[in-house]
Design a protein around this ligand. Structure first.
Ligand code: SF4
Length: 63
């Protein structure tokens, strides 16, 4: 499983890093959220999916 944040869609609400900080980060400079590159560790996958489902603008793509 991998996660990607659609940079142009993210409104920087801060929800995804608060739900799953191991996978999502929000840079302090006002930029869009970022997801870690590569495979999400098994123990983080449920939280990552929850973050994706919680994103108010559906900017997180889980594959
Ligand atoms: S939950 Fe969605 S809109 Fe909010 S910071 Fe994460 S990707 Fe951006």
């Amino acid at each position: 499983m991998t996660a990607q944040v659609l940079q142009e869609a993210c409104i920087q609400c801060g929800l995804c890093p608060s739900i799953c900080p191991a996978v999502f980060t929000l840079p302090g400079n006002g930029g869009s959220a970022r997801a870690v590159e590569g495979e999400i560790p098994l123990e983080q996958q449920i939280a990552a999916q929850e973050a994706a489902q919680s994103c108010p603008v559906s900017a997180i793509v889980i594959r």
